[in-house]
Unconditional design. Structure first.
Length: 265
């Protein structure tokens, strides 16, 4: 039985979602935003693990959101991993938040959102984050979008060049600037494409695998915004071989996770 049919029959291969959130978001109804609801949704879709940055950490009180993240990580070990979110608008808190969370078991990296926080990713307020992750070969998930702006492909290339030891996940794969994002993943061994929103674009997964290689594409969904089962379908119905599917759905994220977890034992 091929992998696509195995998923349709309730089987398949392990899946790790490297781009997830948690909790309510402003006035938008997200029916599976609570921790327990998300774990139930993971069970239903066959997702082994997710890496979360709560909405409160990104768009509210970052300290409170990071505390929620750690609570979820500790409540669901091996199922929920966490990103420590950093808000560059509060630079005096950066070092303390990194010290508080980065070496906690199950906290595997940092999440930043330069667009919402209106701060260029290559600016001085993010420099302490980059320097810390560079020194520790840490994992960074950054929101990216387009070619220009605070976190477009051009600025992400600056980060990739300046910090070659950061494991850099391009959240949304510089949405719309596909050729530039794929070139980044191809040119830099530390840069990975990530599928949230990008997976909706017909033929893009095939293009990523053809040009950058399936080993540079990481599964992510923005869960609870999007149903992970739909994203699994995007991958398993793409015109790629099963090795590539397994790399995207599990192997690549597993390797990144295991590298970070090994530091926290």
């Amino acid at each position: 039985m091929n992998l696509r049919d195995a998923f349709l029959k309730g089987g398949g291969c392990p899946v790790i979602d490297a781009h997830a959130h948690m909790g309510p978001f402003r006035s938008i109804y997200l029916p599976e935003a609570g921790r327990d609801s998300m774990v139930a949704g993971m069970e239903r879709a066959g997702v082994e693990a997710i890496i979360v940055s709560p909405h409160d950490a990104l768009f509210g009180d970052t300290r409170e959101g990071n505390a929620q993240m750690l609570e979820a990580v500790q409540a669901c070990p091996g199922r929920i991993y966490g990103y420590c979110t950093i808000h560059p608008g509060y630079p005096r808190e950066t070092a303390g938040e990194l010290d508080r969370y980065l070496h906690q078991p199950g906290v595997v990296g940092v999440k930043i959102h330069p667009a919402s926080h209106e701060c260029p990713v290559d600016g001085p307020d993010y420099a302490p984050v980059m320097e810390r992750l560079e020194a520790e070969r840490g994992l960074l998930l950054s929101h990216t979008w387009g070619s220009e702006g605070t976190c477009g492909a051009r600025k992400m290339r600056v980060i990739a060049e300046q910090y070659p030891n950061i494991r850099l996940l391009l959240g949304h794969s510089c949405y719309g600037a596909w050729a530039e994002a794929i070139a980044l993943a191809k040119d830099f061994p530390n840069v990975y494409l990530e599928l949230t929103a990008a997976a909706h674009v017909y033929g893009l997964i095939e293009w990523m695998c053809r040009e950058a290689g399936s080993q540079k594409v990481v599964f992510g969904t923005d869960y609870p915004w999007f149903d992970p089962a739909v994203y699994i379908g995007f991958v398993t119905f793409a015109h790629i071989d099963e090795e590539a599917m397994r790399n995207i759905l599990y192997n690549n994220a597993r390797g990144l996770l295991d590298e970070q977890l090994a530091k926290r034992k």
